[in-house]
Design a protein around this ligand. Sequence first.
Ligand code: ZN
Length: 284
Amino acid sequence: MSDEEWKKLLSEEQYNVMRKKGTELPFSGKYTYNKGKGIYQCAACGNELFSSDTKFESGIGWPSFWKPAYDGSVKTIEDNSLGMRRIEVICGKCGSHLGHLFPDGPKPTGQRYCINSVALKFNKEEKMEKATFGGGCFWGVEAKFRKLKGVVNTTVGYMGGTFKNPTYEDICTDKTSHAEVVHIEYDPSKVTYEELLDVFWKVHNPTQFNRQGPDIGTQYRSVIFFYSPKQEALAKKSLKKLEDSKVYDRKIVTQIAPAAEFYKAEEYHQRYLEKHGLDSCKAF
Ligand SMILES: [Zn+2]
């Protein structure tokens, strides 16, 4: 990139540091005291440079890290300017100047990557959680969960079977023990696991054993796959509550099992009802 292009891309302050090897004033940068969890990227090219897990308080006035994000995320070169022998740190991808490396950092590396805030862009890690439910044909179950506030992503697939990488044809044989499931990523600050469970109970009939309406087979079983002891406890409590409420006069047969590997279903199954302009599938 030409100098002119860099000037367009970067702010004046960024340009002076990243392209002219300047240094921001100590204690002036916005990330010196940032304690958030996430990834620090190169402000010029977005390359992942440092993880917040390796950031430490150096007391010197610039964000300090003891290890780069991955092998090659930064490069170091000898810098003999200003009458000092220092090691310069540059972005491993675009070569922009970031700061300097000193051998006085904490364990385990003993290194201190002293980086200008202005050369960084902090990408805060969103704390998402996951949940997986099987409630019959996954088309309809996915459509219901997708509408919920706080659900950031849904994927349909297979879980809980006897072999790896099953296809739809495999699971339709009803001999693989995989269940059709919806894998959900959600923001726990917007929707709770209990709320997801409430929806799960409503979108299918948990008293039907290995079937949902016209769909018959173990792949259509009612199942909650949990990812933590907390999810397991909440699922059991929620099942008990439903049983006690006597909404159903038959026994609830929902299986509560530890999550196994999730296999994404073929693309044509993803958001199936949405793609076909349907509200619900035949199972409802
Ligand atoms: Zn870069």
